[in-house]
Design a protein around this ligand. Structure first.
Ligand code: UT7
Length: 333
């Protein structure tokens, strides 16, 4: 039964790219007072990738996009729209159009959108609206972040968590509707839990005309509050999306959550009564790659032959905003 009142959507390709340089927990002990044991037991993270001077949001995003386009068996020229979800563009005016140019996706409109670590879910939902309404047939969603540019590398409460990377999927108009349900939420009253704020100094241009100029300050986070928020809200939003999808929790083949902390993944799975072997985790290798974490995890599982066509996947993102959301879909056409 078709649950939505629009055209069908399928996710037909995935791709991912991470920087070359791996930075392990042992290496971090040279920067801050920490240990491999503390990081591994509190988060599940063993190492993360960090982008070097020759790598960029555009280059990682483009690489992930090329793989997704190839898997979907379309060409860049077929793409109608490119949405890049990122909090760390190479250019504040946006990086989606740079990716469009690198791909040669000449027909595609391209724009950036920001929903922090929920970027993939919010991007997926946004992209799907253009297909539901019949406006576009082929959409490339790239979710990428280079948080190493903005992490405070002297703050052991945050710098141990994050890594860089890019993931991408292709969404296509499809006869059968594979996007079964979603729910997205925001709570700006808790905005101060996770910030990467602009901080300006007053500057007087001419008498009576004062502006503020400066730059973005390194990330700040209230870790325990974000932890509590995630463990409470993520199960709720997944249940809501499952309800909309008319899918029972025991029919989920894979649970792919934003890779923030293994303890969060375990707690959410336990609360939903999802078996641990259905929970996809690559935290140990990449840490928290922000918007990129869900599509990287999906892409790896697809290429490893874990996720198969027709499998039912529950995805959930959460993070700064605060924002959170879930989407339920079946893989492939
Ligand atoms: O995309 C969303 C992004 N954010 C998140 O998902 C973050 C969610 N929060 C978390 O994952 C966890 O709260 C953290 C991993 C950030 C922290 O774990 P925790 O179990 O909540 O630790 P804590 O903040 O309660 O700190 C416990 C102790 C403290 O020492 P005292 O005050 O008890 O003496 C910290 O100072 O651990 C200390 N500590 C560290 N020790 C060694 C904090 N960071 C470190 C560290 N190495 N890197």
């Amino acid at each position: 039964m078709m649950k939505s009142s629009g055209l069908g959507i399928a996710i037909t390709g995935s791709g991912s790219a991470v920087p070359e340089t791996a930075f392990d927990n042992q290496g971090l002990t040279q920067l801050v007072e920490t240990s491999d044991e503390w990081i591994a037991t509190r988060t599940g993270i063993k190492e993360r990738r960090v982008a070097g001077i020759n790598e960029s949001l555009t280059s990682l995003g483009t690489q992930a996009a090329k793989e997704a386009i190839a898997m979907a068996e379309i060409t860049a020229a077929d793409i109608d729209l490119i949405i890049l979800t990122t909090s760390t563009p190479d250019d504040l005016f946006g990086s989606a159009a740079r990716i469009q140019a690198e791909l040669g996706a000449t027909k595609a409109a391209a724009f950036d959108m920001t929903a922090a670590c929920s970027g993939f879910i919010f991007g997926l939902v946004t992209a799907s609206q253009f297909i539901r309404t019949g406006v576009y047939q082929n959409i490339l969603l790239v979710s990428a972040d280079i948080l190493s540019r903005w992490v405070d590398w002297s703050d052991r409460r945050t710098c141990i968590l994050f890594g860089d990377g890019a993931g991408a999927v292709v969404l296509q108009a499809n006869q059968s509707d594979r996007l079964l349900g979603f729910e997205i939420r925001s709570d700006g009253t808790q905005n101060d839990c996770l910030n990467l704020p602009f901080q300006g100094e007053p500057q007087t241009l001419i008498p009576g005309v004062e502006i503020s100029q400066g730059t973005y300050r390194p990330m700040t986070m209230k870790g325990q509050e974000v932890y509590r928020f995630a463990v409470q809200k993520v199960p709720e939003v997944i249940e809501k999306a499952l309800h909309r999808a008319e899918v029972a929790v025991d029919k989920i083949d894979w649970l792919v959550m934003h890779q923030a902390n293994q303890r969060i993944l375990d707690a959410v799975a336990q609360r939903l009564k999802v078996a641990p072997e259905k929970v996809i985790s690559n935290l140990a290798k990449y840490g928290n790659t922000s918007a990129a974490s869900i599509p990287i995890a999906i892409d790896e599982a697809v290429r490893a032959g874990k996720i198969q066509p027709g499998d039912t996947i529950a995805t959930a993102g959460f993070g700064a905003g605060l924002s959170w959301g879930a989407a339920i879909f079946q893989w492939g056409r």
